[in-house]
Design a protein around this ligand. Structure first.
Ligand code: FES
Length: 126
């Protein structure tokens, strides 16, 4: 258990954006909306791939990240799954073929971590 790990200063995270950081060997995505910062593991629960690099490129807007591999979408703050394996590399696929793409895996949330800000320093609780 790593405990509280510093990941930067508040100004390192631009409002309305998301980026990857590494904390004690764990790859995370950190998103900022207004003054609100949140963190989740940078590992899609569908096939365990990166949420920040892949054939569809990084997609983040309004607190929601879309997996660059098969388009699953998640609320970064809560980890909630909004859409599961709905396409490939940002393109949609027919609904009938999504079951094949899901590879037998049921929708699952992101693993999220608490973020603490103290005196402008940002920490994540691992
Ligand atoms: S690995 Fe993310 S949706 Fe498949």
């Amino acid at each position: 258990m790593a405990g509280r790990v510093r990941i930067g200063r508040v100004e390192d995270f631009a409002p309305g954006s998301m980026r990857e950081v590494e904390a004690d060997g764990t790859k995370l995505i950190v998103a900022r909306e207004g003054d609100d910062l949140c963190a989740a593991r940078n590992r899609c629960p569908h096939l365990g791939l990166s949420l920040t690099s892949g054939p569809g490129g990084q997609h983040y807007a309004d607190g929601v990240v879309q997996c660059p591999w098969h388009n699953s979408r998640f609320v970064v703050r809560t980890g909630e799954n909004l859409d599961w394996a709905s396409g490939i590399a940002g393109r949609s696929i027919p609904r009938w073929s999504r079951r094949v793409l899901s590879a037998g895996r049921r929708p699952a949330p992101l693993t999220t971590y608490p973020v603490v800000v103290a005196d402008g320093e940002v920490f994540v609780e691992l």
